[in-house]
Structures are given as structure tokens and as C-alpha cells.
Design a protein. Sequence first.
Length: 392
Amino acid sequence: MATQSQRPPRRKQRESFGAVRRLPSDRIQASYTGEDGKRYNAPHTFDTMTDARGWLSIQQAKIHTGTWSAMDAARADAGKNARSAAFGSYALEWLETRTNRHGEHLLPRTREEYERLLRGPLKPLTSERLVAMTPEMIRAWYSNQIATGAKTQTARAYGLLKSVLNTAVQDGRIVANPCMIRGAQNATTGKRVEPPTPAELQIIVERISPKYKAAVVIAAWAGCRYGELTELRRSDIRILMENETAKTIVVDIARAVTQVTGKGFIIGKTKSEAGVRSIVLPPHVNSFVVEHLKTFVADSPTALLFPASDGVSHLAQSSFAKHWYPARKAAKRDDMPWHALRHYGATRAALAGATLKELQERLGHSTVAAAMRYQHTAGRDEELAQRMSDLA
């Protein structure tokens, strides 16, 4: 008769559904194959085989009753990683996979800006675990950032933080978004961009280098962005002639260029779909454009209107600043950024009677609200007051 020591080892019991195994820690791990053919682990280990099999029975029942979903299973499977995932690493994953409503990935310049925010104002939060981030933590971070005086940058950083954590909620990494500061992503410095007066603009046009006079004129009267302006080519200017005189000049804006650190100049789409537009210049500035095309632009349809000094590369803002700064100084407007010319174009169009919809289309904005931000009264308060008096 065989002794107990001579008995063959007991064969491991095969699970009817899923699998269980004992870990070196003596804890029990359970897993199963879902309806999608993928294997899913329990979100935690178990004390006993009975507990592990009980969890497997629940998952099997969900499959049999049709209540199982791959999304819920994936969330449970990622539970352990989610508890340890840091905001910084998750944010970098977010940058890789983020798409807009058209299925397009982030524009290179946008991604560069987001990476800068993660390296800068958001750096204190990058090592924090997603599940450990609380409203109190976010408020403390926001308060510290605002105290530096960088209100606009803090608003942008908060907007990025909130967007990333919104996705974390959708992915099941966290239960709720801890970003609850009302109006935080809309904070501004309160500084208002003052467009030039007609007299100041005239001085700038007179004093700037001849090869950039048309750049100032097109920016001021067409209201285009710097990246749109410096990607304009000869074929983007349509001239309708009458009696050998340019009667109508249309600027077709369909592309924009951005300068990305480490990647150089990247040609792409305009800031939004609304950015693709055709703008008619007021006739009194036609001569500037005609003369520029004749004197400074190569005959090729693809020749840039305002290239760099080599004649073929895109013009960097840092290079153009060498010409822009002396011209604005001559107009006694050292405070004026190049973007103020876009404000000028919006203001003059509004004073000419453009409706908000027309202003929106001319500036290439997606919403009327965005176009409204570019309107300025241009010193008409006295005139309006007189009109009110006349109606009294």
C-alpha cells in the first residue's frame, strides 16, 4: 500500500472561467478573457481563492447577461496603474493622442506651447499622482502662479490642466476633475492692446524698410495674423485691373506658417477653418501692393511676398523685429505689438459699417464673440455723445 509520501501530486484544478494564480506575496491574482478576445486582470489581488473565483463569477455573469463592456473592463484592468500614474506622464500621453473634432492632431506650434507649459508653470504638479490631485492642491498651485504676476500664462496653464484631467475622467483614471476654480482659464492681465491711430500708422509705413511697407499695409487693412502674412505668396494676391490701374486687390489666405523650436518653419493650416478667407483691400492702399510685387517679389507663383534675407526662407519674427521696432519708435508707440495692426484692421472695418458677422469673416474668427474682442471705439465717444445730444 502506497504511503502518503508516495502518492502522486494533486493535479492543479482548471478554472471553468478565467484563471487564478498565487503570487510570490501569497496573494491571489485573477484574470479572464473578455468578449473582445483580450485578457483583463482584476483591479486588485485577493486574500483567498474563494474571493478570486467569486470575482470571476461576477465577470462571467456580466458576459452572459450582456452587461459586460470592454470600456468598464479596461478601466478596472488599469486600476492599479491609474493609482500610481503621475500627471506629467499622463499629460505627455495626452499630447500624443489629442485630436480635435475633425480627427486632427495638435498643430506643431500648439503642442510646443503645451510642452512649454508642462515644463514651466505646471511643473510643480507633474510628479503628483492623478488620483492624489485635489481641489485644494489645484487652488494652492493656482494661487502661487497668480502671485508671480503671470496671469495670462497661468490662465493658459490652468486651461491645459483642466483639459488633460477631463480626459482622465473619461478614461476612468479619476472619478472627478479637481479643477473647480471659476473663471481661472479666462484670467487676463487687463492690459488692452491699443491699435495705432491713422497718423501713427502713416509714420510707421513711411519709416519702415521699403521691402516691408506692404507687410504693414496688408496686416493693418486685411487684419491677417503674422503666420498668415509671412506665408503669403504671389499666387495668393489677385489683382483686378481697370484701365491699367489696379481696381481691386484680393488677398487669399489659405495657409499659415509657424516656427517651432528644433523643427524650423512648418507650413500648415490656418488657426481654424474660418481662417481660410479672401479679403478685399481698400483701394487707397493698392499701390503699395502693386509696387511691392513689382520690386521685391520673384515672378514665380510660389514666391514668398515677404521672405527672409536669402529671398526664399520664411521671415522669422525676431528678424522682422529689427525693422519693426525702429518704425514704431518713430511713431512714439514703443508699447505697440505687431498684433495691434490686426486690431487696427478690425476697428477700421467696424467704423466703415461692417456687421459683426462680416467682421468675423474678415478676421477669420470661428465665433462672433472672438471678433468682438478686436473692436475699439477709436476715439468716437465725443462724436457719439454729440449724436445723443442731437436726439434729445
